[in-house]
Design a binder for this molecule. Structure first.
Ligand SMILES: NC(=O)c1ccc[n+]([C@@H]2O[C@H](COP(=O)([O-])OP(=O)(O)OC[C@H]3O[C@@H](n4cnc5c(N)ncnc54)[C@H](O)[C@@H]3O)[C@@H](O)[C@H]2O)c1
Length: 247
């Protein structure tokens, strides 16, 4: 098992990529804090882990609020005695063409995706710095490279990549690695509403000709959270079926 004895917080763990990551980390021996705004969903995932013989708690909270992020980290440390891994997976999109994008759409997406990632990192870095050990994986997106109708989302995810680089530099000497995973289109609630013909058009543009399964993103989280990646920091791993390369 690659995460034996490790304690991991996974934000946005109630569904999609976060849920798959929580289940995988538990199978790999981690004690998992399933964090989400969706209390029922987080409880269900923690329950599933428990039934399978793993250890998990559900912690509800909104990552856009500093006090909530500190409470989430506090609950993890008080329940399990330490914090080794933070997967900043919580994210939203509110798509609109730039001409029509409202200030509310901009603020909401930047707030969850970028500010929430920053606040969770800040809160987690306190116990990690003390322990001189930590693995943080942030969630970017191929959207960081630009996508029509997603100015807010693109900006938030490009921001996550920059934040990841700076955190890596500031904390490398403290034994803390900070990396990002940049998924391509993935089969989750976030993409479930894409009309079939538009989805087909996206699939045609992906070299692998299909969306990712959430488990394929979870596998990248596992690599970067494990000691297999002990000398990897400040990197963004694109898990996208090849769409971000080529001409
Ligand atoms: N699905 C894709 O195609 C895709 C592609 C690239 C990147 N991503 C990113 O992957 C991550 C996971 O997305 P997903 O596709 O599994 O989506 P999802 O909607 O299934 O899961 C996101 C989770 O985040 C939670 N959440 C939202 N706001 C929150 C907040 N303020 N505090 C705590 N939790 C909150 C939601 O309740 C939800 O459970 C996101 O950061 C997303 O931007 C997804």
């Amino acid at each position: 098992m690659r995460l034996s004895g490790k304690v991991a917080i996974i934000t946005g763990g109630a569904g999609g990529i976060g849920k798959e990551t929580a289940l995988l980390f538990a199978r790999e021996g981690a004690k998992v804090v399933v964090q989400d705004m969706n209390a029922e969903g987080a409880k269900a995932v923690a329950g599933e882990i428990g039934k399978a013989g793993g250890e998990a708690i559900a912690v509800t909270g909104d990552v856009t609020k500093r006090a909530e992020c500190e409470r989430i980290v506090g609950e993890a440390v008080s329940k399990f005695g330490r914090l080794d891994i933070l997967i900043n997976n919580a994210g939203i999109n509110k798509d609109s063409m730039v001409k029509k994008m409202t200030e509310e759409q901009w603020d909401a997406v930047l707030s969850v995706n970028l500010k929430g990632t920053f606040l969770m990192c800040q809160a987690a870095l306190a116990p990690m710095s003390q322990a001189k050990y930590g693995r943080i994986v942030n969630t970017a997106s191929i959207g960081a490279l630009g996508n029509i109708g997603q100015a807010n989302y693109s900006a938030s995810k490009a921001g996550v990549i920059g934040l990841t680089c700076t955190l890596a530099l500031e904390f490398a000497r403290s034994g803390i690695a900070v990396n990002a995973v940049s998924p391509g289109a993935t089969e989750t609630q976030m993409t479930a509403g894409i009309p079939a013909e538009i989805k087909k058009g996206i699939e045609d543009r992906i070299p692998a000709k299909r969306f990712a399964k959430p488990s394929e993103i979870a596998n990248a989280h596992l690599f970067l959270a494990s000691d297999d990646a002990s000398y990897v920091t400040g990197q963004t791993l694109f898990v996208d079926g090849g769409i971000s390369v080529g001409i």
